[in-house]
Design a protein around this ligand. Sequence first.
Ligand code: GLA
Length: 391
Amino acid sequence: MAYPLTEQTSDLFLQTFGAKPELTVMAPGRVNLIGEHTDYNEGYVLPMAVDRGVALSGRKRQDPKIILYSADYQEQEEFTLNAIRHDISRPWANYLKGVVLLLKQNGLPLGGFEAALKGDLPQGGGLSSSAALEVATAVFLQKLFKLGLEDLDLVKVAQQAENEFVGVQCGIMDQFASHMGGKDHALFLDCRSLEHDWVPLGTGLKVVVFNTGVKRELASSDYNVRRHQCQEGVRAFSKFLPGIRSLRDVSLCDFEKYQAQLEPVVMKRCRHVVSENQRVLDTVEALKAKNLERVKVLFRESHESLRDDYEVSCHELDVLVELGQEHPLQKGSRMTGGGFGGCTVHLVPAEEQVQENFISFVSEGYQRRIGRKPEYYVFSPSAGAKFLNPT
Ligand code: GLA
């Protein structure tokens, strides 16, 4: 049995601060199975939490100081509750600071604290290490200072920290999945009503993720461009469909009827969002009916739509997906997350031999075509922070 991340982090706290922590929490990263770039259009998503994440270990202080130590960056950050400032040279600390500041601005009774943190997710790899850190911080503070917040408040504070303090206009999917994911289940989420349900993935499947190794540094500006194009789409459609609020309100039928009136690029962006929403609903049905051949088709269509209509894929992502699709036993391959690099997700039968064969098939193909072996991870859907840190 591997040395669990929570124990490693608790030991790290002891070494760094010379005392046992009062509390250790952990929040997982996520892989999105399908429903890409739909969350900020009030649409549907189907992510799952993974068995890797970020752990935070710490205790209260008697003064208003906050001292943080990151094992991954080997850096310490110190500030007080009354002077929380964004610091571009310490990006990791901004995720925590954002959550602390927002809770404080909401009038919650926070005090000083010290904490050590450690993660085992690739950073900037599209598995939501930042959402995991935000959720871990929110849950940590909730428990340490007995804040009495609801699950949804914690998720929203984590997302708001990313939007307002870190400055990335992400939707709610990553933080929601990190907090609410369920063991052995994918999480079906309606990003408008926030109604959600856990869909069994079946023990017969494993989720294999390949990392292109292409970092998504420029991704946030492209991400924001896509968001604006969707808003333009809403404006264009509202001439024909008065009162619509988001692309969620545009049905496939409406899209067909009015698409010719749209500017071509905006039309393509809208076609992706509208069709992707339907693919999420269809995937949920297909998973419930154990119709994996249908899931495979939906994953393929999702990738093509992201590549050709939403234009957020890249050569390395396309190569990994093509290789995945060439394997006769796979049950679905597509890019996952925001795009422009990051990871692909593949559904593969759980038998160890099939899995190993699939992984070497894709890795060797990637080596031949791109010139290096990709990193990969084999995940089972895992419990979110809510279930990992019961109150
Ligand atoms: C990023 C964002 C999410 C979501 C995905 C695309 O991961 O953080 O909110 O928009 O991209 O599906």
